[in-house]
Design a protein around this ligand. Sequence first.
Ligand code: DX5
Ligand code: ZN
Length: 220
Amino acid sequence: RREPLLAPSLLASDLANIQATAELLATAEADWLHFDVMDGRFVPNISFGLPILEALRPHAKQPIDVHLMIERPQDYLAAFRDAGATHMTVHYEACPHLHRVVEQIKSLGCTAGVALNPATPASLLSDIAADLDLVLVMSVNPGFGGQTFIPHTLQKVAEVKELLLDAGSAALIEVDGGVSRDNAAALVQAGADVLVAGSFVFKSGGGPVATLAGLRQLLR
Ligand code: DX5
Ligand code: ZN
């Protein structure tokens, strides 16, 4: 099967040196740069937003994968596109008019993803699956880096995979939260196309370049 894309999450990086991190990752086994936006409302934490994305953009060599953990994402889509987003993912739980939001993201020229919290069933995506470019399966409750992977996520990935096949959707499946060398191969086996990893990449020792290379090797 196809090798998964690797998307290091900058949330776990040294945020005082985001330029240096982007330059380091430019030659690493990193396909996308995952950018976690938290508003302190949808999730119980605040991370960073538009000005930091703008600061990152000129130094980023890979597409920027913006994960919007915010209420009313529809109010900010154009601003995030203008600041440098390539891929934009909103949460199912934050969007009563999800179809409209997905169409808005696509009309801005970005790829459109929808994220599911651990307690949100895959089946709720059945009527929108055909319109999506990406489904983000959260393998922790969003809001913080460094949490423990929730094992039943593996089953959820398989369910999303089946749902996408049934809908004839080519959407990628991304997994985010507690991803490491301990679960990466099983996630890919279950159907994951994109693996996000924060703490494992930046904080497990050895540095991001070697850790990503090791992960790539493991999945080859
Ligand atoms: C969690 C974020 C994740 C986070 C992952 O709310 O969406 O992207 O950065 O961090 P780790 O890999 O440490 O769980
Ligand atoms: Zn994320």
